[in-house]
Ligand binder design. Sequence first.
Ligand SMILES: Nc1ncnc2c1ncn2[C@@H]1O[C@H](COP(=O)(O)OP(=O)(O)OP(=O)(O)O)[C@@H](O)[C@H]1O
Ligand SMILES: [Mg+2]
Length: 631
Amino acid sequence: MDILKKVEQYREEEQRLKWEGTFGEYLEMVKENPWIAQSAHARVYNMIKSAGTEKVNGKKKYNFFSESLFGLEDSLERLVEEYFHPAAKRLDVRKRILLLMGPVSGGKSTLVTMLKRGLEQYSLTDEGAVYAIKGCPMHEDPLHLIPHHLRDDFFNEYGIRIEGNLSPLNTMRVEQDYDGRIEDVIVERIFFSEDKRTGIGTFSPSDPKSQDIADLTGSIDFSTIAEYGSESDPRAYRFDGELNKANRGMMEFQEMLKCDEKFLWHLLSLTQEGNFKAGRFALISADELIVAHTNETEYRSFIANKKNEALHSRIIVMPVPYNLKATEEEKIYEKMISESDVSDIHIAPHTLKVASMFTILTRLKEPKKGDIDLVKKMRLYDGQSVEGYNEADVEELKAEHADEGMSGIDPRYVINRISSTIIRKEMSTINALDVLRSLKEGLAQHASITNEDRERYLNYISLARKEYDNIAKKEVQKAFVYSYEESAKTLMDNYLDNVEAYCNKNKLRDPLTGEEMSPDEKLMRSIEEQIGISENAKKAFREEILIRISAYARKGKRFDYNSHERLREAIQKKLFADLKDVVKITTSSKTPDEQQLKKINEVVARLIDEHGYNSTSANDLLRYVGSLLNR
Ligand SMILES: Nc1ncnc2c1ncn2[C@@H]1O[C@H](COP(=O)(O)OP(=O)(O)OP(=O)(O)O)[C@@H](O)[C@H]1O
Ligand SMILES: [Mg+2]
């Protein structure tokens, strides 16, 4: 559809949603739909909830965040359950500032932006509708009009608790414009919009010396003092600070702890108890979510300062560590690349996977327990199965280090390295080796990495490289087999027939000649040897497989090529071992003969058609694997 058409539609929709009426009419509406009077925190919570949740591996996943935030399920669940949920129930936490604390480029701003954009959209829906006193610069909650002495009665009738005082400006307006008749006060539906400064505000610290609290709480409009006679006349005050404008919705406080200490102190004492002070007026009630973010270093030094002690209790700190799942990290890169200038480059398969393995390794802490190494830990965190470990071990590993994910390489660094390599070398194709090389070069220039970490990181680059070597070899070998899955299955069936005959002391029947024959010991051994099963252990191994097959049969499941991890590995290795020489000779021959050339072209075509390569990356891959096999 034409974009202008969409703009027009949007305008029409807004027009359609508009509502204006008296406070009396508003109350009737509240009686029918009490949720329209919900608090800012409840609205945020309901917005998140309304997008639904999913259970993934027994963990709760909030759909609201899942489009743009990856791998942060644990932190998000905690944020929703420990902050938004109780805050929505009007518990005390909502009166405190929510401080997201996490490493650089860990997704804090992304999270806050999602909440802001989400609220803008949600205020256009029936469930998220917001109403305010018309003409109020702070879009004050109409229910504030109900005088304090009647609020208990109101609660009995409507079931809604009213908090907060009518602001000085509206108190005056009710007297002057409405003759004290609150039922006539005009109420309107409002729509959150950061651009129009309605219900959504952002504050970022400027120069600490010139930082003015008025940016938050508004200021006196000196040009109108003459007209109104006094500085304490609310009409002579501009309620246009970020805290004013964000009323009913949310305010983002960027880099909060970078603010001057005095300023911060002022702010925190202002925001306590859901009120803030502006000008010479009594406290002004604010109903808004205040989200700030900071990094760990700033937070630690803030905490360490005794003078700040009183402020701790006014902040709720929620850690937002880096994602620790390699697969999710890959998604982050895909997203960032698709948003960048280099989105049209060809990225060879496995490139981002290998980069994310390196990144995750830099974020993980050395396991304390047993013999598990960092690469295995990375796999377990990613939800892969590692022989000898289960779910409980993963939880145990996670519990070993409370601060895991607070340091390491950030996603922006990886993307910057990828894009600078592409641009500098004018490449149109990039593969895992290019990226690893570039990440390695970048480490030397990275200012904030200590020498010790650099050593460690270089080691992780080699680990990621080893992982890549295995992936690359498998990829090529698979492409050499005409139909890999088919061949693996045939070999497996053949093996199982022989094992069955061996264990039951039966004969097999040759499918061609119909002759009886003994189980093919040579074939069975050639497979078993691939995974180091000795002559003495072969009987037990074969019997175990038969038991597994009958267990499957009892449950009505089919035992197939993927049912037994070690057997699958053995089959794969056997297939590749048979191929190894062909692959080796074909890929590394400097002057391939006609037949080799034909095979190479076939393999390249298969890599392109079935595995997502282009001709450059496919040929690079073949050359690389050739050199690996000749080492
Ligand atoms: N877990 C994640 N899921 C999705 N994207 C992420 C994640 N972590 C980081 N990113 C991406 O990395 C980039 C930087 O993230 P963002 O700006 O949100 O981080 P930040 O925590 O605010 O960092 P800073 O401390 O530097 O302000 C963004 O493009 C963001 O989309
Ligand atoms: Mg940020």
